[in-house]
Design a protein around this ligand. Structure first.
Ligand code: SF4
Length: 217
């Protein structure tokens, strides 16, 4: 079939552009789902995100870290944290690494709230779970690699991901189906097992983390 310049085929955006559009649309749909759950809990979206970011963190986190994760100013993060403290979901404590600094933790009520908010994205989880396992692995790999590319430009906030964890041993078994290894649990890590928000994560030396991301990208 002849395709003239006026046909829709020539105006189809690049594959990369359509993937970015699809990710953006997915993010919008999931944000809407999270907003509905936040509203039901009488929280604004920033407050709900802070609760999720502090979920299952044994060590208190700094206000500046929260602001960086949310891409908002420290003053805005401070307002949201103050509201959560007054609602009894967040408490302040001394930072373990600096007794003069303040760290933030969820209260038991805050942990329960985080558990309820987690369910807000079940609809998206159901959709992904319906895909064949191999496609889920391919999707996860592609997303990790995209994040790795973004890490090179420092446009992605810190994650509790295996690649930036001091327990991660990259390519411990070269050529194996599961070449990577978690020294904490003593288990091989096929790509399908790589974690993106691990409660046991401990930050690696920045040079080692950067090397892991670059190898993965
Ligand atoms: S599974 Fe958790 S503890 Fe193990 S390497 Fe990954 S992030 Fe670190």
């Amino acid at each position: 079939m002849d395709i003239s310049p006026e046909t829709p085929w020539d105006t189809t955006p690049d594959l990369s552009a359509r993937i970015v559009t699809a990710i953006a649309r997915l993010a919008s749909v999931m944000r809407a789902g999270m907003w509905a759950a936040s509203t039901a809990e009488q929280l604004n979206p920033a407050q709900a995100e802070i609760v999720q970011l502090l979920h299952r963190r044994a060590r208190g986190m700094r206000l500046s870290w929260l602001a960086q994760q949310l891409s908002i100013s420290t003053a805005s993060a401070s307002d949201s944290v103050a509201a959560l403290v007054s609602k009894g979901y967040v408490r302040k404590t001394r930072a373990a690494d600096d007794g003069r600094a303040t760290a933030l933790l969820l209260t038991p009520e805050g942990e329960q709230l985080a558990g309820r908010l987690e369910g807000a994205l079940d609809f998206a989880d159901d959709a992904v779970s319906a895909l064949p396992h191999a496609l889920q692995v391919a999707l996860l790999t592609g997303l990790f690699k995209t994040i790795a590319e973004l890490q090179k430009t420092e446009r992605f906030p810190e994650l509790r991901v295996c690649l930036s964890c001091r327990h991660f041993e990259p390519n411990k078994f070269p050529g194996a189906d599961a070449p990577h290894h978690c020294a904490l649990v003593g288990a091989p890590l096929p790509i399908a097992f790589l974690r993106i928000d691990c409660a046991e994560h401990e930050p690696a030396d920045p040079t080692a983390a950067q090397r892991n991301w670059q190898i993965f990208a």
